[in-house]
Design a protein around this ligand. Structure first.
Ligand code: 5GP
Length: 121
């Protein structure tokens, strides 16, 4: 899918829409999800325009890829999630139920999160 820079996260990156910022670097922005599914629910987005993880790692410069994943590590540390543990997740594409068409990893924590996904055969 072609990147459309009118998506909500592109608008947050440009400062057109406010967010509750947790962390920002040259390569990434992290902010609280507007509809949290756990006591800690933060979204980490790259500043590079990509819809999916596969597109991002294929197209972004190596320093942007490293910078993004490093920033996610910094977020986890900043939120105090290292010791208790946490979950990172990227919904991708139609089957992955991706709603916003700018790559984002969810970071969940703050309580035991249960099994990864409900089994539906
Ligand atoms: P996904 O695309 O992985 O299904 O999820 C998109 C996530 O973005 C959802 O968890 C939703 O609550 C969150 N979200 C959608 N619009 C906004 C917004 O304007 N601000 C913030 N902070 N989160 C948003």
């Amino acid at each position: 899918m072609a990147y459309d820079d009118t998506n909500i996260f592109a608008r947050i990156l440009r400062g057109e829409i406010p967010c509750k910022k947790v962390h920002e670097t040259e390569y990434a922005l992290a902010f609280h999800d507007i509809n949290p599914r756990a006591p800690v629910h933060v979204l980490v987005i790259p500043k590079f325009p990509a819809v999916t993880y596969d597109e991002f790692v294929a197209k972004a410069p190596a320093e942007a890829v490293a910078g993004y994943f490093r920033a996610m590590g910094e977020v986890v540390e900043k939120l105090g999630l290292v010791a208790p543990g946490y979950r990172v997740l990227a919904n991708t594409g139609e089957h992955g139920h991706q709603e916003v068409q700018h790559l984002h990893f969810h970071v969940f924590g703050g309580r035991p999160l249960g099994p990864m996904i409900k089994r539906i055969d």
